[in-house]
Ligand binder design. Structure first.
Ligand code: AMP
Length: 218
């Protein structure tokens, strides 16, 4: 399944829980790219400039990355895509890749929230560099100031692209290049819309409900 939605809406947090509880593989393309940047691989060196500017990495690179990842055996029971597809060519490529493999998307869950609320959330977002657990300094702060609950020696960090100028660019890119996917999947009746506001548990329950509906409709 695919998790779709604007920056900061909770795709990462919800996707991680869904994948863990359902025992599906989690494929977060943003996380894969950030790891490549940290390790300074050729992909990381190439992607870094676009990421830091809040722009998208090229379709061909992203499609190649996902093609390789979904061929791995841990995706067999199912997988959650967080952050892919982000453009219509990526969505077309995903359908083709899955079809070649005799698979298909079960559902596209679209998480929605207002841009104003999300900009506020993103500026307070922090993560643990070790376990990638997400925190929010306002709504979900760590127990001790600025440090991960599970790794007390580790200071939480802010993603380079969560700075205000970059956040604005990421929203513009989302509106132009990714939001059209909502109609794209609606037209093929694969879209389930979920309200992204509320507590993490509330949103998670709404996601499960939407997945139930998706299963029932198949
Ligand atoms: P995310 O963690 O999903 O917000 O992604 C962080 C950044 O990685 C994005 O702003 C893009 O620069 C890049 N990125 C992640 N996924 C994709 C994708 N499917 N296509 C293009 N760029 C992507």
């Amino acid at each position: 399944m695919v998790l779709l939605g604007p920056p900061g809406v909770g795709k990462g947090t919800q996707g991680r829980r869904l994948a863990e509880e359902q025992r599906w593989a989690l494929i977060s393309t943003g996380e894969m790219l950030r790891e490549a940047v940290r390790r300074q691989t050729p992909l990381g060196l190439e992607a870094r400039r676009q990421m830091d500017a809040g722009l998208l990495v090229g379709d061909e690179v992203m499609i190649g990355l996902v093609r390789e990842r979904i061929a791995e055996p841990d995706t067999r029971p199912g997988f959650v895509l967080d952050g892919f597809p982000r453009t219509v060519p990526q969505a077309d490529a995903l359908d083709r890749m899955l079809k070649e493999d005799g698979r298909a998307l079960d559902a596209v869950l679209s998480l929605a929230a207002s841009e104003e609320e999300l900009v506020r959330r993103l500026s307070a977002r922090r993560e643990c560099p070790v376990c990638k657990r997400a925190y929010n300094l306002e709504s979900a702060p760590p127990r001790s100031d600025g440090r991960c609950d599970d790794h007390p020696g580790t200071e939480l960090t802010q993603r380079a692209d969560d700075r205000p100028e970059t956040v604005r660019m990421r929203f513009a890119v989302y509106r132009e290049q990714t939001a059209p996917l909502i109609d794209y999947y609606r037209r093929s009746s694969r879209l389930r819309e979920v309200q992204g506001l509320g507590t993490k548990d509330e949103v998670y329950r709404a996601l499960l409900d939407a997945l139930g509906r998706a299963a029932g409709a198949r």
